[in-house]
Design a protein. Sequence first.
Length: 299
Amino acid sequence: MNLFYLRYFVTLAKVGQYTKAAEQLCIAQPSLSHAIAQLEKELGLPLFEKTGRKTTLTRFGEEFLDCAERTLATLDAGVESLRRGACGDGLVRLGFLRPLGVEFIPRLAAEFLRQTPDANIRFSFHTGVSQTLLEGLSARQFDLVFCSEPLQKQGLTAVPVQKQELVLIVPKDHPLSAKHSVELQETAPYPQVFFEKSSGIRAVVEQMFQLVGVEPRIAYETQEDQVVAGLVAQGFGIAVVPYMDMLLKLDVRILQISSPAYERNLFMVSDNGTFMPPCVQRFRQFVIDSETFNWKERI
């Protein structure tokens, strides 16, 4: 169905005269008459009838007017939304590791909004482990994700945005708890709480143990940083984790790892094969330009 004809129909229904409606539409009256005739032919029903000098709707026309107005309103709203998006307004869908949601992501988003008061930009926030986040990015559920470096970089751009210091946490009554720092080899005799293989940090911790030639005694595996820390606090083992302020609130001892020296890099990842709306491009560039790169979590 011709959308121009729909607009012509709605205008004629409101004005009630072909001549005035044609003038309002800036078209010739025969063109308007032809459009209405085509609509009536397509629908198989009369939409208008003559009542003296007025052109009024038939009962079929009244029913169709409601449908036409709703259709055009929906279309106009969609067009307006796209226009606003082209001007930089819109929704930025972020996926990130849960610990980044405590300070890093909220601070980034808040500062970005403060610096872009001219735009109507909103955020949605979603957490998960690295593998889940990257799958969500590929499925176009997210515009940007903040996680460990993807193993498969085909079609993805990964920009480093933060470094996290890795520490060893042990229960407060553990044999290693009297130390301030530890070499990773010293952890070999003790059962460990490890991250599941779906967690991006798993490969980082495994690489650390490979560097010192130690096969860790994995007693338990789980996904979340907080759960790992909670299990250590209750004596289920020891663990290598990124430093988090929440560790200070748990019944654990935090030990620096003197050897091997290692930091975990976190990345902002985008999919090159997906169209990036202007608002997302703007936020991504803000992150790249931000001094946040100089921020580092420390004990």
